[in-house]
Design a protein around this ligand. Structure first.
Ligand code: SF4
Length: 417
């Protein structure tokens, strides 16, 4: 590794999992330049990876930039991510020490340039830096062209594009060699994945990644219409693939789904869930739901509650609708914030009931646990259906995969032995 003693970079990552993965990649690249990762108070450069999914996300990003600009040692502030892409000028206007880099693949080089660093020595740093973890997200895709009417992402991240299949397989290979047991394939819209050279799709990629021998393979999220028989077949024939899918619902009412620009109805969603459950025995489903979309009436909201109840999710991620300027839904008549909050609370209550029932159903069963942390007092890990487990009375090491009997539930965690 090229030595650049004392040069340090800090990260602030806002928003989604894709941003986190991208920040990790930038950090790994910078480690290759000999830079260390530090707290903001000691960093020469602070990289802020922003989100613009809601007006609140914008405000948070601007606040983060202002906060770093006020640090007494005056680090350089490099701003990237979706807010930088959508409104670079507004971000630049926040201060003279702000550098905007809209292309995330250039952030590390931009920082290295500023710090006058020598060429990087080791391209294998990402695998090396991942070695202490058991689960790593690998970004395989960016962009979306669904243009859901509430969402700014297609404007911020542009059209879908996939990472080369061979590069993804090589990355997973090196992660497996470094001791990583679980890989989460991550992207903005995974169903849109295509290998740029061959046009190979997500099903082909899953089959190719499975050849690396990775113990567990998970998809971060998949849009309902993309759960085709073709994709389900690839998941079903891949022993590493976890039978856990995050399938955004957003609303359980057809009128609202149509106003949101979502490409399915509730009956289609139901059919997709039935087909998925048949293809992947024991399938666990998690989802996202938006409360208080502009056209949503009290009756529509009641339909969403009933539909979510019928499908039976293991986790409901509930979002209060938030106006995103520049999107079609921002032009509609808005629902009172207090009503949005009330509906979100109803959905969260249902989500908590479903979660409790889901966890209780594990008691008395045998489950596979991937051990993730081991300390003097406890051993914790994750099941294939993505539940945290505390193991008692066992002698295990991080990265071990074991079968354990679930004996109880405590504070949202399973207890097993
Ligand atoms: Fe946004 Fe819809 Fe694309 Fe998801 S599918 S990123 S909600 S436009």
């Amino acid at each position: 590794m090229s030595g650049s003693p004392g040069v340090a970079v800090a990260f602030r990552t806002l928003g989604c999992k894709v941003n986190r993965v991208e920040s990790e990649s930038i950090a790994a690249e910078l480690l290759g330049w000999g830079v260390s990762i530090a707290e903001e108070s000691e960093a020469d450069v602070v990289v802020i990876n922003t989100c613009t999914v809601t007006a609140e996300a914008d405000a948070k990003a601007r606040k983060a930039v202002r906060h770093v600009l006020r640090l007494p040692h005056e680090p350089l502030v490099v701003v990237t991510g979706c807010l930088a892409a959508v409104d670079a000028d507004a971000v630049r206007a926040l201060g003279a020490r702000v550098v905007v880099e809209t292309d995330k693949t250039l952030v590390a080089a931009r920082v290295a340039d500023h710090l006058a660093l020598a060429e990087p020595a080791s391209p294998l740093v990402r695998a090396g830096s991942a070695a202490f973890r058991t689960r790593v997200s690998v970004k395989i895709q960016d962009g979306c062209d669904n243009f859901c009417t509430y969402c700014i992402v297609p404007y911020a991240r542009g059209v879908p594009r996939g990472e080369p299949l061979a590069a993804v397989v090589a990355e997973v290979d090196s992660l497996v060699a470094a001791g990583v047991s679980e890989v989460v394939l991550t992207g903005i819209n995974l169903g849109r994945y295509r290998d740029p050279a061959s046009g190979a799709d997500l099903a082909d990629l899953i089959r190719a990644v499975a050849t690396t021998g990775v113990t567990r393979l998970r998809l971060s999220s998949i849009e309902p219409p993309d759960l085709t028989p073709h994709l389900l077949a690839a998941l079903a024939e891949t022993p590493a693939a976890c039978h856990h899918l995050h399938v955004p619902l957003q609303s359980g009412c057809d009128e609202v789904l149509s106003a949101m620009g979502r490409a399915y109805t509730t009956s289609r969603y139901r059919e997709i869930v039935l087909a998925s459950r048949e293809a992947l025995p024991g399938l666990t489903l998690t989802t996202d739901v938006i409360a208080g979309f502009p056209t949503e009436t009290a009756a529509h909201h009641a339909e969403t509650l009933a539909f979510a109840d019928e499908i039976g999710f293991s986790k409901l991620h509930v979002f209060r609708y938030s106006v995103r300027p520049g999107t079609p839904a921002a032009e509609l008549v808005q629902i009172e914030p207090s009503v949005r909050a009330e509906r979100a609370a109803h959905l969260r209550e249902l989500g908590e009931q479903q979660r409790a029932a889901f966890l209780e159903a594990h008691v008395g069963t045998q489950t596979e646990v991937l051990v993730e942390t081991v300390d003097a007092d406890s051993v914790t890990g994750t099941t294939r259906d993505y539940v945290r487990v505390t193991l008692v009375g066992t002698q295990l090491a991080r990265g071990d995969v074991t079968r354990a009997e679930v004996v109880g539930v405590c504070d949202g965690l399973l207890l097993a032995r």
